[in-house]
Design a protein around this ligand. Structure first.
Ligand code: NAD
Length: 475
């Protein structure tokens, strides 16, 4: 039964389920189909020993497969000292809906290892990761055809390269072995643009939102992204790229950055690249010369601003602080940053929420491009780039011959340059984010029972998943 805002805060998994229930009620999905869509198909829990500095340590990890209506099932692996099964199941469910909303033909999965990566050196991390990969592979929870992890909190290209290499040694006969994980380094079968993809997707999602004047007005704003005041929580992979692109390319102003050890504020705008550099050097945002520091970072979520971008962890905006949030809109770059209870409070207060299942889908979208590149064994654009350039030169020559005047250099340059892999990845991601938002807003505008963007997002996703269950049947 749905919790009310005065009940205890639901867990992350309960929050996702309650949000999905709200969408299913608006759509009138029958009970059987609803249960089939919501249930988590399988959860693997492993415990394995690794000898570290002469002592045996036992590590616990999980991999949840929420749905297999499309294969492979897809979702990141996080390394965190707070990971648990409830969180992994919630994140796996979110992946199912996320893939559906951006038309990525994958099921939903997620994994985690209970570990504090800061306690181990590089070689120890490699040993632990390779052993975890062995467990996942042997138990059928890692393969290019059925279950494909990607980076998440605490993991990156390095861990993905170790995982792919371990899988290759276990299955050298699998011609598609390199597609067993995505988010790999480019020289190990990765794709250009994957590292930036989730942050880039956040930028494209916001750009698309600001193309629709009525939606911007509904969020009590006007105009485009230029000059919009943004507060961002988490300057990791997602937060850093989103903040960098929005400020450097769209003219938005990052007025506060919240990290685990506090927050920095500057109403004139923070130089994201300089702050990131400072963080890399000092492992803290303290003493950053370009902004004022405050100890209580969590409180800065309540800072007055146009757009709040939580890009760190789940559950950051809860029933407790939701009444004091002053942002006009929240773009959920992290997974599950707003609890179910907070969502209700914010909706009532008219704060527009662009939901996680849409906003941070850039990562899985580009992972899909990487997987395609891996199973087709060819770099995107390799066959057509020079051909496109030739066509461009012919076009310029034709224009010059027929008009008798020279094509200006800047036009010549743009029409005679064939697209490289990064151009294609960004173009595919931009198209994906635009189309998905257009579908979500159409549902919100046309369907009376749907009152917010999150519900509209889930309606769009559930409709596609339900159709696939109806088409293939449930067995
Ligand atoms: P990350 O580990 O690179 O970055 C997380 C950042 O948040 C770090 O800088 C960390 O110091 C900071 N942080 C941790 N606790 C904090 C706190 N209490 N307050 C403020 N900051 C805190 O992780 P990431 O890959 O950027 O992922 C961030 C979020 O985005 C997660 O919810 C993740 O599931 C989601 N996400 C990531 C991807 C991806 O491609 N990496 C894709 C989709 C969704």
């Amino acid at each position: 039964m749905a919790s009310t805002q005065t009940d205890r805060e639901p867990t992350f998994r309960e929050s996702v389920d309650l949000m999905v229930d709200r969408a299913m009620a608006a759509m009138g999905v029958d009970k059987g189909t609803a249960t089939a869509i919501k249930s988590c198909n399988a959860v693997l829990k492993v415990q394995f020993p690794v000898k570290i500095r002469g002592k045996t340590e036992i590590f616990t990890g999980w991999r949840a497969v929420h749905s297999t209506h499309r294969l492979p099932a897809k979702g990141g692996i996080r390394y965190a000292p707070y990971a648990d099964q409830d969180e992994v199941e919630a994140l796996a469910a979110l992946m199912t809906y996320k893939c559906a909303i951006v038309d990525v033909p994958f099921g939903g999965s997620k994994g985690a290892l209970l570990i504090d990566p800061s306690r181990y050196d590089r070689d120890e991390m490699e040993m632990i990761t390779r052993r975890f990969t062995l467990e996942l592979t042997r138990k059928g929870f890692l393969s290019p055809a059925t279950n494909v992890p990607a980076p998440d909190v605490g993991t990156g290209q390095r861990e993905m390269a170790w995982m792919a290499d371990t899988y290759k040694h276990l299955h050298p006969e699998d011609i598609n072995y390199i597609a067993c994980v995505t988010g790999k380094p480019v020289h190990h079968g990765g794709i250009q643009g994957r590292v930036e993809a989730t942050g880039r997707g956040v930028q494209y999602a916001l750009r698309e939102f600001f193309r629709h004047g009525e939606d911007v007005k509904a969020a009590n704003m006007s105009g485009g992204l230029e000059g919009k005041r943004i507060v961002i929580q988490g300057l990791g992979n997602v937060g850093y790229h989103a903040a960098k692109f929005l400020s450097e390319e769209d003219g938005a102003r990052i007025i506060a950055v919240i990290e685990r050890d506090g927050a920095v504020l500057n109403d004139k705008g923070i130089q994201v690249e300089e702050l990131h550099q400072h963080m890399r050097e000092h492992r803290t945002i303290r003493n950053f010369p370009g902004a004022a520091f405050v100890e209580d970072g969590h409180k800065v979520l309540e800072q007055e601003c146009d757009i709040l971008i939580p890009a760190a962890l789940e559950g950051q905006i809860s029933q407790e602080n939701a009444p004091r949030i002053k942002a006009k809109m929240i773009a959920e770059a992290a997974n599950g940053p707003v609890t179910y209870g907070a969502d209700g409070i914010l909706n009532k207060r008219g704060v527009v929420i662009l939901p996680d299942a849409y906003v941070n889908a850039g990562g899985v979208t580009v992972s899909y491009f990487e997987w395609i590149r891996n199973i087709s064994h060819i770099r995107l654009g390799r066959m057509q780039r020079r051909h496109d350039e030739l066509r461009g030169r012919q076009m310029a020559a034709m224009v010059e011959e027929t008009t008798g005047s020279r094509v200006p250099d800047h036009f010549r340059e743009s029409i005679t340059r064939g697209a490289n892999e990064l151009d294609l990845v960004r173009s595919g991601l931009d198209d994906t984010m635009r189309l998905a938002y257009q579908e979500i807003r159409r549902i919100l505008r046309e369907e009376d029972a749907v009152c917010d963007l999150r519900t509209a997002t889930y309606v769009a996703a559930i409709r596609k998943i339900a159709r696939s269950y109806l088409d293939i049947g449930i067995y």
